[in-house]
Design a binder for this molecule. Structure first.
Ligand code: 26W
Length: 833
């Protein structure tokens, strides 16, 4: 009650809410409240909630303007927000009131929530992490603004054809009005592309960049409410539009098509999210239109964001040299790295600072987070393309490189190999700009996203930079997830049980997740264990209902639920999982009914999208779907093993899947998964983890104890040698791993339909086996057997489940964002007063 009256500043009762709802139905939607369908009712409820967000948002922004604290800006090309209404009501503390209000009007809140479309402006881990960090920044009252792009189309919708192929359909998420954004049609900036950059002859190092194409960036603001606080931060998304509606010269000459052409090319910049993650190589080579558009997206967004940040800073009247004391800019991977030469350009060409003054400001402003060490995911841009689109920036990049290499040469005289390795420019045809090198040298600090990953950043991709700049610049911030969405919202019953058991108010432990440790005292409480298990069971039934209504398939709920949901990628080894499923199927088939009846029943779920051009990943989906077709129809085994590929994985689907999982799989080749964040979500919801010694799995095991996780596979230091063996001393699979050989042969022989189709996928294992399936298969199967054994002792399993949730405190994104604020950005909490 104190919270309701004091903190939130929104003191509403049910009748206020029904009034606002009816009012919005009539005046905003032009509909009668008694004549609304569920979608209309969702819209009316969203507009009512939005009014409350706006009050807090205004107060927060005013408070920041008055106090002028240092702020952080989180630049991310992706924000995978999911749905907003439920989260907004939770954070406002109005969930109960709204539920009651819409009920009075004849609606069911759960049905309304289902009507909201996901805001899916991201591919996977990197984009969802950005969304969790926004939630935590607001909840912890830290002045952070997000900056991104307002794509017309988010991540594609995934359909599965009858043959099992992934098909892509557009995601027109803005086709209905979006109540969560505020168009700021007055907040605009001009962004230039192409043209000419003329260096001045006065020796100042300045240049004049002119001509080319000018495009407008228009701001759309998304309100980000904190949990149980007035603080409501901002996410600013830019949309492109033409500077002039159409070209008057062409128009007057009667050439209407030409007249609107340039306006189309401006609008194209923010039209679609690029659906690739971990494959930037196709962006690097020749300057095709697709690659150029991605580069234009990156510059458009960084230029508009920097202009906006600088304008806000200049309004304070402080001298430009104070900029790093008021702004920290976090680069979410290398995608916004052009912000570094762009700030140099502004400071030198427009503010007329010297090179050294400008570089001093830049290197105290930026922070760079690396999210992957996979070589094919490291961004490189062809020099001729950069020169064409951003001629002035290429000059600046070359100047940065020249000063940088001079300094390297001074510290390591005569080491030409080192210079070539460290250069911002990779030699070749064409030459390429190495964005990770630029992000590294232009930043105050660099970090990875889990302990192992940060160590790999220091010892592999940025080793030379550690030797040159000193190790203290290279840190770690282990990722986290927001417990509001990933426990309280998606698993409300479990959250309530925790509150009741700990006797700590929810609003306290949800912001101080270490409090979960108190659950350890209840592992021996039989009654508590039964309630815990009953909730898991109801979550499985909820998932089964979801599959029934969306796909028309009947999932048995008296079985272990085994889940792997993430982007399809060879390094994540969904292939290992599906081959393991086939192995299980073959084993069950070979048993007598009596033997089978002693086996653990299991339902295996997969979900995830493949990049549209990633052939092997798509073939993996096809194999999963066709294995499912055979297995689920086999009367001998179908009581013991079921398999489902759930199409169109999304944040909202994850919210149903994760609470229902008994065990989830995080089985990347050691050293390849930077962190993983769904591993944290599953464990927070009492699911156990089957994984490799990789990413944040390691830190999860450290927290919950080795006895409560299932680990298998080779360790990171062995990977290099194993790959060498594969390349130079290959051993036939029949000899090395007969169990796997048998599985591959059955697939080839057509057990799951035309075997020839899968040859390219099977050949990745037979030849080269870069992701080491033949090395890890036997220990994977052994780990699965241990999981089965453990599950048969249900009471002990539930204890493991409770212990797992109890030890997840570290993985709150509140902890992570506070680490960034304290150790990187030097920000202070700034409550609304
Ligand atoms: C340019 C193409 C491209 C696009 C996105 C390359 C790489 C990316 C991202 C960096 C891929 C990504 O999402 N990485 C994931 O980041 C998560 C958050 O830190 C980690 O948990 C995952 O382990 C990591 O794969």
């Amino acid at each position: 009650e104190v919270w309701k009256a004091g903190m939130r500043g929104v003191d509403k009762d049910v009748s206020d809410i029904t009034k606002s709802f009816v009012n919005h139905a009539q005046t905003s939607l032009a509909r009668q409240a008694y004549n609304l369908d569920d979608f209309g009712a969702y819209e009316a409820a969203a507009l009512a909630a939005r009014d409350d967000l706006l009050v807090n948002w205004n107060e927060t922004q005013l408070n920041y303007t008055r106090k002028n604290p240092k702020r952080a800006y989180y630049l991310s090309l992706e924000f995978l927000m999911g749905r907003t209404l439920d989260n907004a009501l939770l954070n406002l503390g109005l969930k109960g009131e709204f539920e009651e209000g819409v009920k009075k009007l004849g609606f069911n809140m759960e049905d309304l929530l289902e009507k909201e479309r996901d805001a899916a402006l991201g591919n996977g881990g990197l984009g969802r992490l950005a969304a969790c960090y926004l939630d935590s920044s607001a909840s912890q009252e830290i002045p952070v603004w997000g900056y991104g792009l307002r794509y017309q189309y988010g991540i594609f919708q995934q359909l599965i054809s009858p043959e099992g192929n992934q098909l892509e359909a557009p995601d027109p998420w803005l086709e209905h009005q979006n109540p969560w954004e505020l168009p700021r049609l007055d907040v605009t900036y001009e962004v230039r592309f192409y043209g000419h950059a003329e260096r001045s002859s006065d020796g100042s190092g300045r240049a004049n960049w002119s001509g080319g194409q000018e495009v407008m960036a228009v701001a759309y603001d998304v309100m980000i409410p904190g949990y149980n606080t007035k603080t409501t931060n901002n996410l600013r998304l830019w949309q492109s539009k033409p500077k002039r509606g159409f070209d008057l010269n062409s128009f007057n000459a009667g050439n209407y098509e030409a007249a609107v052409e340039s306006s189309n090319s401006a609008a194209a910049i923010t039209s679609v999210l690029y659906p690739n993650d971990h494959t930037s190589t196709d962006l690097a080579n020749e300057a095709t239109v697709g690659k150029e558009l991605r580069l234009k997206q990156q510059y458009f967004w960084t230029a508009a964001s920097l202009a906006d940040i600088l304008r806000r800073f200049k309004n304070t009247g402080k001298p430009i040299t104070d900029f790093p004391d008021y702004a920290a800019i976090q680069l979410n991977d290398t995608h916004p790295t052009l912000a570094i030469p762009e700030l140099m350009r502004i400071l030198i060409d427009e503010e007329e600072l010297s090179w050294n003054q400008a570089w001093q400001i830049v290197t105290n402003t930026f922070f760079y987070t690396n999210h992957t060490v996979l070589p094919e995911a490291l961004e490189k841009w062809a020099v001729p393309l950069v020169e064409h689109v951003l001629p002035r920036h290429l000059q600046i990049i070359y100047d940065i490189n020249m000063y940088f290499l001079q300094a390297v040469e001074k510290k390591f005289p005569g080491d030409r190999d080192r210079l070539a390795r460290m250069s911002l420019i990779e030699e070749g045809y064409p030459k390429q700009v190495r964005m990770a090198h630029l992000a590294c040298i232009g930043s105050r600090k660099v970090n990875g996203v889990a302990e192992l990953h940060s160590e790999l950043v220091r010892t592999t991709i940025l080793k030379d930079f550690v030797e040159f700049e000193g190790v203290s610049k290279f840190g770690n911030v282990t990722n986290g997830v927001t417990p509001r969405r990933w426990l309280d919202q998606c698993n409300h019953e479990l959250s309530d049980l925790i509150t009741k058991t700990l006797k700590i108010e929810k609003k306290v432990w949800l912001k101080d997740l270490a409090k979960l440790e108190g659950l350890l005292a209840f592992t021996e409480d039989k009654n508590f264990r039964e309630q815990w298990a009953a909730i898991k069971q109801r979550n499985k039934e909820r998932l089964a209902r979801h599959v029934q209504t969306t796909l028309g398939l009947t999932v048995r709920t008296d079985a272990m639920f085994d889940v792997q949901i993430k982007r399809l990628h060879e390094y994540k080894r969904q292939t290992l999982n599906i081959l393991g499923v086939i192995h299980r199927y073959l084993t069950l088939k070979s048993m007598t009914p009596a033997e089978r009846s002693k086996c653990n029943r299991k339902v295996v779920f997969f979900a995830g999208k493949a990049a549209p051009a990633y052939y092997i990943a798509k073939l993996t989906i096809r194999l999963i779907v066709n294995v499912a077709r055979v297995i689920n129809a086999d009367a001998d085994t179908k009581d013991f093993l079921q398999l489902y590929f759930l199409p169109d994985y999304s944040v909202s689907l994850a919210e149903v899947l994760i609470p229902a999982s008994d065990i989830s799989q995080h089985i990347s080749t050691a050293g390849t998964e930077a962190s993983g964040t769904s591993n944290m979500k599953f464990c927070l919801n009492g699911g156990l983890l089957l994984g490799t010694v990789d990413g944040a799995n390691i830190e999860i095991a450290e927290e919950v104890g080795e006895n409560n996780v299932f680990f298998f596979g080779h360790l990171t230091p062995a990977v290099e040698d194993l790959r060498y063996q594969h390349a130079y001393h290959p051993v036939p699979i029949e000899q090395k791993c007969p169990a796997l050989a048998k599985v591959l042969n059955e697939v080839s022989a057509g057990m799951f339909g035309d075997g020839g189709v899968y040859e390219p996928l099977l050949n990745t294992i037979r030849q080269g086996d870069y992701y080491l399936l033949t090395d890890d298969f036997d220990s994977y199967i052994a780990a699965l057997a241990m999981v089965d054994d453990a599950y048969l002792d249900r009471d002990e399993w539930i204890k493991k489940s409770i212990r797992t949730t109890a030890k997840m405190g570290k993985f709150s994104s509140d902890r992570a964002i506070l680490e960034y604020a304290e150790s990187y950005w030097n920000l202070e909490q700034t409550p609304v007063s």
